[in-house]
Every structure is written in structure tokens, then in C-alpha cells.
Design a protein around this ligand. Structure first.
Ligand code: PHE
Length: 378
């Protein structure tokens, strides 16, 4: 239902954009949304699309950006490198897009960033937290690539410190998908940081994205009996691993990252667990409550972090065009790099690697509810 409403809205936004200007010429500002709208992490894409569309509708209703109506092109880039690359090439080469919001997943955003860099297109990923999205292997910053979220070296350190200080954990087990840039990166940071604050990693085991049966590695976890079990994967995989961990009687407190953030996280199997995230709808700041009520009025559901970050990403992009008084990619990029943006997920300014500096929240799964627990500033 929510999907259908959002699709209808997407079409309406495009029609409004078209009819306001008569044609898709220079009078419209084309923006692509690349997000997974099918498959295992479909809710990531739906929230991202809905958050971005809410911002786009607000700008269009207020007269557009520098007098231009925004025309949206939405592609299902599936949270995977191959589909995201073809979606990026399609929107750039066929649709003439110069501005991309997306992808959601780091493994998809990294290859898109290479295409966008080569073609001088501006990419703003709302949610991809792996450092390599905005930074080249030689450490230089990709000039036209930005994100609206914090990065995993921060998120992983917050989780490690929380495990030590708040859960009093001495030992941890870490399970990771080596083939997923986000999962691997976040696991590596957690391991290094947990050891740096005096913890011991007693199990560290890899699986692949296709695995369904985790009994072999979960037996090792059970035998080691760690205080915490770190599962830095997306909700669909976490649901599988956590339910099999429960079946084996593993009692370690489960810990995760932003990838847990979904209405389809199985709260019963991660009961008592914690995860780091970008946003809590319980945050009392006016900008948050204003966004939450607008989103609920529009879609009939509470926004998650992906919706909030997509709303922020779109607003940062359009506000920067206004600040630059231009829709030229290079000028908009400098306005983002030098600006300050009081958006929903925090008051953002950018560091030299095009990463926003802002706080993380820690959420707890308790009694089937998601409870705000803590805010950690960088
Ligand atoms: N941070 C994840 C990645 O980089 C994406 C994500 C963000 C998923 C926020 C859920 C919530 O792949």
C-alpha cells in the first residue's frame, strides 16, 4: 500500500514538474533517485524514495529551485554494484541527469561514485557509510561526491565503546560478510576499536551473501560464550542469523549498525539488542518533530533513518544550489563543501573528505519496541 501511494506520488511529481514547464527542457532540474526497490533490502529503497520525494514536493510547491521545477527519475538499483552501475549510466547518458541521490548501500554507491566522478555528475548518497564512497584509494577526496550520513569508522567506534562502557562487555564475537563493503568495513572498525578499549574478540567468522545456514559459525559462538555478538549486516540477514542464534541458545547481547533499521527487522529474535543509527523519531528537536509529522501525514507511517537522511540529502542539495545561485555541478559542489545545514539528522557541515560531522544515536530493541538510549557526539 505504502509502495503504491509512493509510486503514484512519484508519477504525480513528474507530471506536475512536466506540466509546470511544458517540457523537460532547461526549465526543469533533473534529479535521479537510485535505491533498492526490490529484493532483500527493499524497505531501504522505499524509505529513501519517500523521504527524498517529500523534500522534492516541498521545493516544487514553493516554486522550485532557482525557479526550476524538479523532475524526478527513480531507478531500482537493487543495493548491488552491477544494477547500480547500469542505473547510473542510464540516468546520466539517456536522461541527462547531473544530480544523483543514492545509492543506499555502500557496495553500490562506491562504483556509482566512480562513474559520477568520471562524468562530472554530483552524487549525494543519503546513507552509504563506507569511507571509500567519497575518498579515492590514494586518500584524495572525490570532488563531486558527498553523503548525508556519518561514516563507519565513527559508527563502529560508538558501538565498541557502548559495548565496553554500557554493557560492560569483556568479550565479543563478530560475524561478517566479506563481500559486502559496508559489513566488512564496519566489522573491521568494531574489532579494532573493541580491542583498543581493552575488549577481547573471541570469535571472528566470515560468511557469504548467499548463505542461509549459519550453524557452523554459530556453534563456535556458542562454545566461546561471548558477552556480545556483533552483527553489522542488513536486517534481512540479521533476521536469519539472530533467529538461528536464538535456536542454539546463544545469550550474548546482540549489537548492530544502521543496517538493522527497518520495519521488517524481526524484533523478537534481536530482543534486548542494540544498534547504532542516524536518527530517532523520538528526538524532541523542532526540526525532527516537524519532519516526523509531515512524513506521517503524507505516508501514514513513522519515518526511519533512511527516510530522514534522504530528506536531508535532498534538502542539502537544493539549498546548496540556492546558496551557489547556480545549478552547475562544480559550483553546487563547492557550496555543499563550505555550507552548514541545520537538517533533521543534525546540524551538518562537511569535513575535507565530504563527510558530515554529526552525532550517532544508540537504540535498543525492548519488548518489541525500539527505544532511544543514547546520543554520542564525534
Ligand atoms: N550504511 C549502510 C551502507 O552503507 C546503508 C544503510 C544506512 C542501511 C542506514 C540502513 C540505514 O551500506
Amino acid at each position: 500500500m505504502r509502495t503504491r501511494i509512493a509510486l503514484v506520488l512519484a508519477v504525480l511529481v513528474s507530471i506536475i514538474a512536466l506540466s509546470a514547464c511544458g517540457a523537460t527542457g532547461d526549465d526543469t532540474l533533473k534529479v535521479a533517485i537510485l535505491a533498492p526497490l526490490s529484493g532483500d533490502v527493499r524497505t531501504f529503497g522505499e524509505s529513501t524514495r519517500d523521504g527524498a520525494l517529500l523534500a522534492i514536493e516541498e521545493w516544487n510547491e514553493a516554486g522550485g529551485v532557482l525557479g526550476k521545477q524538479i523532475e524526478v527519475i527513480i531507478e531500482d538499483s537493487q543495493c548491488n554494484a552491477e544494477a547500480a552501475v547500469s542505473a547510473a549510466n542510464k540516468v546520466i547518458d539517456q536522461d541527462g541527469v547531473k544530480f544523483i541521490l543514492g545509492e543506499v548501500c555502500s557496495s553500490a554507491s562506491i562504483p556509482v561514485s566512480e562513474i559520477a566522478t568520471a562524468k562530472n555528475v554530483l552524487q549525494m548518497s543519503p546513507t552509504s557509510t563506507n569511507p571509500s564512497v567519497t575518498v579515492n584509494e590514494d586518500g584524495t577526496t572525490k570532488p563531486t561526491i558527498f553523503r548525508a550520513c556519518f561514516i563507519d569508522p565513527f559508527q563502529g567506534a560508538v558501538a565498541a565503546a557502548f559495548a565496553r562502557d554500557n554493557l560492560d562487555a569483556q568479550t565479543a564475537a563478530v560475524l561478517l560478510d566479506q563481500g559486502n563493503d559496508y559489513v566488512r568495513g564496519l566489522a573491521e572498525v568494531f574489532i579494532a576499536e573493541f580491542q583498543a578499549v581493552g575488549g577481547q574478540v573471541v570469535v571472528q567468522e566470515a560468511y557469504t551473501g548467499d548463505d542461509q545456514d549459519f550453524s557452523a559459525i554459530l556453534t563456535k559462538v556458542r562454545d566461546a560464550n561471548p558477552d556480545v555478538l556483533y552483527l553489522p549486516d542488513y536486517y534481512s540477514t540479521v533476521n536469519l542469523i539472530a533467529s538461528q542464534a536464538k535456536e542454539r541458545g546463544i545469550e550474548a547481547a546482540m549489537l548492530g549498525g544502521d543496517g538493522w533499521d527497518s520495519a521488517e527487522l524481526d524484533r523478537s529474535v534481536v530482543e534486548g539488542g542494540y544498534y547504532t543509527n542516524h536518527f530517532s523519531p523520538d528526538d524532541t528537536r523542532a526540526v525532527v518533530q516537524d519532519f516526523v509529522s509531515k512524513y506521517e501525514a503524507r505516508y501514514g507511517s513513522t519515518p526511519d533513518a533512511l527516510a530522514a537522511l534522504a530528506y536531508d540529502a535532498a534538502n542539502i542539495l537544493f539549498q546548496s544550489m540556492v546558496n551557489a545561485d547556480s545549478t552547475e555541478v562544480d559550483q553546487v559542489a563547492s557550496a555543499i563543501a563550505s555550507g552548514t545545514f541545520p537538517v533533521v539528522s543534525g546540524e551538518i557541515s562537511y569535513d575535507s573528505q565530504h563527510n558530515p560531522v554529526k552525532a550517532a544515536v544508540v537504540l535498543k530493541v525492548e519488548g518489541g519496541e525500539i527505544i532511544y538510549t543514547d546520543t554520542v557526539a564525534p
